[in-house]
Design a protein around this ligand. Sequence first.
Ligand code: HEC
Length: 156
Amino acid sequence: MKKSLKIAIPVLVVVSLAVLAFPLSNNLAKRQIEEPLGGVSEFKPVSVIMQNKCVDCHTKGKTIYPFYTNFPIAKKLIDEDVQLASDNMPFTREKLLGLQEFSRLDLSKIHTVVESGEMPPAQYKILHWDASLSDSDRKAFISWIEAETKSRKGQR
Ligand code: HEC
């Protein structure tokens, strides 16, 4: 074997492993999931989905920064997303735990993005392979929104 190949092959192997590990290592970050304390029973599974798949952007202080945060521009892009998402549609701790209601308008916006698959955003799903909403996640959201809407009709 040529001398240059003897060096090139291990280098190639290390580089490919690093590339493969890139999104995976990100998925290994463990989240602390809190048990919801209130709300309709249909909210429980939704709270867990939100705590896993939405809070990185929609809840200030809950962002798990990936290791590539230190790459040029990455932190700025992540922070812009968090700012935009948590200003526009904050999933506060009280809301995540079922202690504070989502407004009707928020419920209808959530319904729209869950049906359309707009959220979580595509660029996030590339690096968080397990963040896409599954069919059962989607069903959980829809049943919650229906139950929530029904329970409020009785009250107001
Ligand atoms: C990578 C960050 C990120 C993640 C993860 C994320 N969102 Fe968002 N979300 C955003 C941003 C940014 C906006 C603001 C979009 C805009 O105004 O253009 C937004 C807006 C929204 C809106 C408001 C849409 C509207 O019509 O105003 C809803 C509802 C929403 N997200 C729900 C969710 C749900 C539910 C999840 C989890 C399943 C989720 N998002 C995960 C970044 C994120």
